[in-house]
Design a protein around this ligand. Sequence first.
Ligand SMILES: Nc1ncnc2c1ncn2[C@@H]1O[C@H](COP(=O)(O)OP(=O)(O)OP(=O)(O)O)[C@@H](O)[C@H]1O
Length: 363
Amino acid sequence: MSVSVQITQSLGGFTLDAGFEGEGGVTALFGPSGCGKTSVINAIAGLSRPDAGHIRVGGHVLFDSSKGIFVPPHKRRIGYVFQEPRLFPHMSVLENIEYGRPMQSHSTPMDGGLAALGIDHLMERRPRDLSGGEAQRVAIARAIMSQPKVLLMDEPLAALDDARKSEFLPYLQALVARTSIPVFYVSHAMAEVAQLADHLVVMRDGRVVRSGPLAQILSDPAAVADIGVREAGAILNVTVARSDAGDGLSELSCGAGRLYLPKVQASDGETLRVRIRASDVMLSKDKPDGLSALNILPCSVTQLHEGHGPGVAVALRSGSVDLMARVTRRSARAMGLRAGLNCYAVIKSVSVAPTDMGGRGST
Ligand SMILES: Nc1ncnc2c1ncn2[C@@H]1O[C@H](COP(=O)(O)OP(=O)(O)OP(=O)(O)O)[C@@H](O)[C@H]1O
């Protein structure tokens, strides 16, 4: 399902001038606080009206200033999940969810998406008796109960602590894997985005600075400055060869060979996404010997990108997999790094954070 957004809007002293195309699935709007992410999804929801441009989702034109089209919010069939669950405190979970059901509808929504949220056992409770993560899952259930054509999520994990976020993410992953409706997911946390999104829209100061398939942008060395040097890194699709390889590690197989990384919560044979941050990859011209790192992958340099700081982003190809490393200019010079050079990428097992492992393996 195609998505096309091209809008300009003056909001007080702030100017939104944002455009991107997508193919449905999960589109993440990523960028620092105040860059305009919420303003974009408010425009998609119809909660605000851009000054000019268009918003098309699938075959539906929601807004087109040149044709005078502005579909009012209640006719857009949008599900909106906010940072806080915003449940009705006097209603049970079931009543809250049923509130989202359109009148005359008796069907259960969205390809079993509701089942993915794991809230069956909570139906009789009041919102005050739910944890933050449970309440947010109920809020999502209410949103999908309306059988929306588009699901908007504005930092749905923002109010949860790190432990609750890790618990919550698998539910979101299961949900987006089961739904066919386009999801717009606002976040400034790349770990979340990397696990969920198919497409990435990077925003800054009201503008879109990058837009495209997630894996492609994250492995593009020229995009490092826009993503952030700490966040940049490749997404690998891996298959779990041995979930428990001993010593708290899992053995994972990917197009670059075998990787040993901190134990994943997944069964043998499952496919997962793993984000390998550029700052966690070291390079060596010769095959390292006697090194403590378990993951040493032969690769060749495909591209170098110098930023304004001391770092150089190095795009690498290992087997059928793209990786990225970030080294200092000084190291790059000393090693004679250039496109075509064969070298070894060294990934320290324990440096890969658990939050970077376990997303849907499908990008
Ligand atoms: N109705 C409005 N009137 C004036 N300024 C507005 C209005 N709506 C948004 N803004 C301003 O537009 C800018 C972008 O806000 P927006 O909420 O879209 O950013 P964001 O990227 O979602 O930020 P955050 O991650 O902090 O939620 C901010 O500077 C905000 O103050």
